[in-house]
Write a protein that binds this ligand. Sequence first.
Ligand code: GRF
Length: 206
Amino acid sequence: MLSTSKPKCLGILASGNGSNLQAIIDATNNNIIPDTVVKVVISDKKNAFALKRAELANIDNIYLNYKMYNSREEYDKAICEILNHYNVDLVVLAGYLKILTSLLINQYKDRILNIHPSLLPAFGGVNMYGMKVHQAVIDSKAKHSGCTVHIVTEDIDLGPIVDQAIVEVLESDTPETLANRILKDEHRLYPVAIAKYLQDLGSTTK
Ligand code: GRF
């Protein structure tokens, strides 16, 4: 059956390879995230492959040079203006490395999701990104790690959890092998969590 309601609009912030972005684009195309379009991709890194992925998918993509702004707030204000222009319903952080200011977090309160490659609240926080997360997990001798989709609040990586996936840590794991295994689960978890969250958002705003 064809839906007659207006599609939901996603705005994605990404700094790197954008494999999660790709999983989300694919999921909007094959109805895992139904009635939803990725409207714009914004990056703080000029050479982020995420921008190229957006271009290849015919999605507007914008590089915002941090050095052109006087402060983190000014930078986030520019991001908000773009998101507002595209009527974004939900902001999705997909490997975005900048910490958001309260300006952006408050404008899009409860409408910003992030994915973190650990079982939060464990191995999260300011300095926990990239391989540092996986190295810390291995050093701790934890038997399990995974990934977490959460709502972004001012407490870094401590916003309400939307969903998690558990991944076994093997004795032979290096940070890279563990990261790769978790990333595969991120690609599965993030689209499903976004779809569910959008559905819940829709039912509370109706
Ligand atoms: C992912 O592991 C994500 O959890 C983290 O950064 C990585 C981004 O990968 N926040 P990609 O850019 O989506 O490929």
